[in-house]
Structures are given as structure tokens and as C-alpha cells.
Design a protein around this ligand. Structure first.
Ligand code: SF4
Length: 437
């Protein structure tokens, strides 16, 4: 699509008095002190319970001592899809991405303020029992996962597999081993591989090695949209080791090594940045040849930001739509207009074209690495990772008509005669769910 000058503004896109999460409000609380014997996975290491098969997080029994590369954790959605855990997901048949997370009794050694896996929780919960993006992460032997999926990768429900590194002295080396176990069983052409990296411990050579071993896409979880928010939420502000500079260094290595459209950054919306700031970052990533993967801030239980408000839906929808226009529709941030608070006031497209993009619904689906459906549809659908099902932020399925009416209501861009009726999207629960694709 070519770049077009706006013919008309979308006056409802930003409305005075509507809400957003400002920087001053979004300050994390300080991490507390941890008793010495609870540090570094002390409780799990002292008890040293031998793991046997799949471990479903359960506070009533002692967490076994599980460690990558033999063990990894997987999302609840992936465990349900693989049949390792009972359950169903609201309006989703399965997930399309097998998200794997390295695991150690000592856990992640970083302390990111919004994250349920952070180190400050050592006294509160053993690592494998911690909630992360709102769900439990069962621990499963890596060899079992590779063998199960490798039995018939062509017909697997998964369109992609992703290894999430965490911050641990062994995570670089163990990522290579986990990747090798996978590629010994599953052809990367059948199920492409993404790496969600941990730049803090990585070198350019590590990035190259992951590419050489068959990875398809490399992402950096920048998470914060500005250096100040980064430092406050995952750097010195919370006694965490990450730096904006190192994250950008590895991101640029990924750009060189993985190439255009094969690298990207995760960004969380609503941690105190302005809409103009975050969309300028989205533009920068597109200009570099990459993509942004957006998350709506949600106050994760037990995190250092669990007392703060989730991102208001109007702010989220504006950023979600504008990000899609920049990433996939050829619109540039400088074509958009912003109000004095940095909120989107005009999306930079004629109303008819903008209407068509909103009505297609793709802009409001979970963003991430693509699967087998389309370049702009993420395999990584993360069902309800950034919101409850009652007020969906990232749609893990194609939004239906009632969802689109709710989205337009949140954007303050309702069509006359097609106003949203509170709760109408839950009528789908009595009917067949929309196609999960
Ligand atoms: S490095 Fe990643 S897993 Fe570790 S605390 Fe930070 S966000 Fe969570």
C-alpha cells in the first residue's frame, strides 16, 4: 500500500478526558529483602526432589529440582494443545505457538518490575510455580516435547516454536542444547523457530550460532519504550542487570545476522510512555527492517507493578491500530497527528481506508512472529496473556462482528446504527466459536 495523505481527521480517535497511563503514575514499588536461605532457589535445592515426568505448578507439593536443558517450561495454552494438561480456552481451540521457557531452580536472575518470573519473588514462590503473563507454566522434559511434536510435524497444530531465554549464567549454552534437541526431531522448515533472547548475557557470536542452527526469527524483549522506563523497570531502578545499550547492541546484531523481517522487539504499551514515543520506536524498528510485537501492560500478580492500572483500552487500541498501520500498511508516524499529551489524534489514512483496516480485525489480534496463515497474523497468539477474557486486549482469534463493535467503541469510532451493546460478544459462548485458524 502506498503512503497517503490524510483526507480527514478521525476526531474521535483521541478525546479530551479519556485515560492513559502517565509516567508519574507507573512507578514500580521497591523489591523487598529476601532471607538468605531462600536466595538462588535455596528451598528447591535443599529439598532436592527428583522430577518425574511433567510437573504441573502446584503450591501444595514440593517443587522438584528441574533444570534446563533437560527440562523446559511451556505455556498453559501449549500444554493444553499438546494434551499434557486438561482444560479449554475461551473461544480458542488451541494455540499456534509452542512457547518454551528455560527453567532452573535459581530462576531468572533479573528483577523486571512487571514480570512474574522476577528474582524478588524468591521468598514467595519457587521458580517453576510462578505465574508469567497471567498463566502457569508446566515443566516438561525437553526430549518428550521434541519426540511428541517430531512424530508428525507436518500435521502439528503449532505454526512456530519459540525458545524464551531467561537471565541465568547457563541460559546461552542451554539454549543451544534445547535447540539441538528440537532440530534433531523436527525439521525447521516444517515448524519455524523463533528465539526470544536474553541480550544481557549474549554476544554477537551467540546470535550467529542460533541462526546457523536453524532459527528463523530473533527477537529482543525491549519491553520498555524509552530508556528512562527501561532503567526504572528492568535496570538499576529495581536492582536488575539489564541496560538499554546492551539490548540495542544485540538487536542490531540480529538485524545484521537474521536480516530484514527476521528480527524484532517486544514492547509493552502503557508503562508510562506517550503514544507518540512508542509509535516513534515502532517506526524506528520498521525503518531498520524489523517488526514490533506489542503487549498491553497488565498488573501481573506478585510483580512489583501489581498495584498499578492495566493500560486503558482506548490508549491500547490507538497504539495497537497505529502500530499495525506502520508495520503493515505503509503509514509513517510523521503522517499521524498527536495531541498535547502525545495521544494519537489522526491515524494518517483517509477514513474509508482506515475503516477497511479496522473492519478486517487483524490489527487487534495478538502480534508476534508469523505463522502459516499470513505475514501479519502471529503464530504466537498468547491467549489471555495480557488481559482477562472478559476484556480482551490482544485477540487470540479473528475478532467477530461483536468484538469489532466493542473495539470501535473503545476507539470512540463507532459507526452510526452499529453501536456496541455491553456484553454482546459473550453471546458467542452459546454458539460455535469463530474459526481459530
Ligand atoms: S529477564 Fe525476562 S524473565 Fe527475567 S525478570 Fe526480566 S522479563 Fe522476566
Amino acid at each position: 500500500m502506498t503512503c497517503l495523505k490524510p483526507e480527514t481527521a478521525q476526531p474521535g480517535a483521541s478525546k479530551p478526558g479519556r485515560d492513559f497511563n502517565p509516567f508519574d503514575v507507573m512507578a514500580p514499588r521497591a523489591p523487598g529483602a529476601i532471607p538468605k536461605d531462600m536466595k538462588n532457589g535455596g528451598r528447591v535445592l535443599i529439598n532436592n526432589v527428583r522430577p518425574e515426568g511433567v510437573y504441573l505448578p502446584n503450591n501444595n507439593i514440593m517443587t522438584p529440582a528441574m533444570r534446563s536443558p533437560e527440562y523446559v517450561q511451556m505455556s498453559t495454552a501449549a500444554a493444553i494443545t499438546l494434551g499434557l494438561m486438561p482444560g479449554t480456552m475461551h473461544r480458542c481451540g488451541c494455540t499456534r505457538c509452542l512457547n518454551l521457557l528455560l527453567t532452573y531452580p535459581e530462576g531468572c536472575r533479573a528483577n523486571c518490575a512487571y514480570c512474574g518470573l522476577a528474582r524478588h519473588r524468591e521468598a514467595d514462590r519457587d521458580y517453576a510455580d510462578r505465574n508469567f503473563i497471567r498463566v502457569d507454566w508446566p515443566a516438561v522434559p525437553m526430549a518428550e516435547i521434541a519426540a511428541r511434536v517430531g512424530a508428525d510435524p507436518e500435521n502439528s497444530p503449532f505454526h512456530r516454536m519459540c525458545i524464551s531465554m531467561i537471565t541465568h549464567p547457563k541460559s546461552d549454552e542451554d539454549t543451544f542444547t534445547v535447540l539441538k534437541t528440537w532440530t534433531d526431531h523436527v525439521d525447521p522448515d516444517a515448524i519455524p523457530i523463533s528465539i526470544l533472547s536474553n541480550p544481557t548475557t549474549m554476544t554477537r557470536e551467540d546470535v550467529q550460532r542460533l541462526r546457523d542452527m536453524g532459527s528463523d526469527i530473533f527477537t529482543v524483549a525491549l519491553d520498555a519504550a524509552t530508556p528512562a522506563i527501561f532503567d526504572r523497570t528492568r535496570g538499576k531502578g529495581v536492582q536488575s542487570p539489564h541496560t538499554w545499550k546492551k539490548y540495542w547492541e544485540i538487536l542490531m546484531d540480529a538485524r545484521d545476522i537474521f536480516g530484514p523481517q527476521k528480527f524484532g522487539a517486544h514492547i509493552i504499551v502503557g508503562m508510562g510512555e506517550t503514544e507518540h514515543e512508542i509509535l516513534s520506536l515502532v517506526q524506528e524498528l520498521v525503518d531498520l527492517g524489523g517488526h514490533s510485537h506489542m503487549f498491553c501492560f497488565y498488573p501481573e500478580k506478585g510483580s512489583l507493578m501489581d498495584h498499578l492500572p492495566a493500560t486503558p483500552r482506548d490508549q491500547w487500541r490507538r497504539v495497537q491500530l497505529a502500530r499495525y498501520l506502520i508495520d503493515y500498511a505503509g503509514v509513517r508516524v510523521d503522517q499521524m497527528k498527536f495531541d498535547e499529551e502525545g495521544r494519537v489524534a489522526d491515524f494518517g489514512l483517509p477514513t474509508g481506508e482506515l475503516d477497511a483496516i479496522i473492519d478486517a480485525g487483524t490489527a487487534f489480534r495478538t502480534s508476534g512472529c508469523p505463522g502459516k496463515e499470513a505475514e501479519d497474523v502471529s503464530a504466537c497468539d498468547r491467549p489471555y496473556g495480557d488481559s482477562p477474557p472478559s476484556n480482551i486486549a490482544s485477540y487470540p482469534f479473528k475478532p467477530a462482528d461483536a468484538d469489532l463493535r466493542r473495539i470501535r467503541h473503545q476507539l470512540d469510532m463507532e459507526k452510526p446504527g452499529e453501536e456496541y451493546v455491553e456484553g454482546e460478544e459473550f453471546d458467542y459462548l452459546d454458539a460455535d466459536p469463530p474459526a481459530a485458524e
